[in-house]
Design a protein around this ligand. Structure first.
Ligand SMILES: [Zn+2]
Length: 156
């Protein structure tokens, strides 16, 4: 019988046979977050990331002027950043991040009720859905305290 030894990067949880490889992985460090937990963001970029409907709290929705894609896309959901974490095996498999240690941003909104549309999602802003912070006058009065810390299960 032989005992096998492996080494795990404590940042991304990747497992290596050689200690030096795990050390090199950890040495990559993490990037500076572009937004922080508790920040309110939208995902719209031009006409993209907007919705033609919502069934949740209208305080979490910005009505946008009609865009290039017509009347159907005129609502922009406001999300709160609930967690910022290094990509790991649960967010890895979709291939949306470009390298180990890319930060994965988890967001949630009350603009959707969860009956029809997803209320949460995660994204890698460099390669997937972008995040843009909203001004404090837009997010004033939104209570996200019950959402903070939640981990989204699906790609946004
Ligand atoms: Zn790593």
């Amino acid at each position: 019988m032989k005992t096998l030894r492996q080494y795990q990067c404590e940042l991304c949880k990747a497992i290596y046979d050689k200690r030096a490889d795990a050390a090199a992985c950890e040495a990559q460090g993490t990037k500076e977050p572009i937004v922080a937990v508790g920040d309110f963001v939208t995902t719209d970029h031009g006409d993209y990331g907007r919705f033609g409907w919502f069934d949740g709290d209208p305080a979490w929705v910005i009505e946008k002027p009609r865009g290039l894609h017509g009347r159907a896309q005129c609502y922009s959901l406001i999300y709160v950043v609930t967690m910022v974490a290094v990509a790991d095996e649960t967010t890895d498999s979709n291939g949306w991040h470009t390298s180990h240690h890319d930060l994965c941003y988890h967001v949630a909104t009350k603009g959707m009720s969860g009956q029809k549309g997803y209320t949460q999602g995660f994204t890698f802003p460099e390669t997937h859905v972008r995040l843009r912070k909203v001004t404090s006058d837009i997010s004033a009065g939104l209570d996200a305290s019950d959402l903070i810390g939640q981990r989204a299960r699906y790609l946004l």
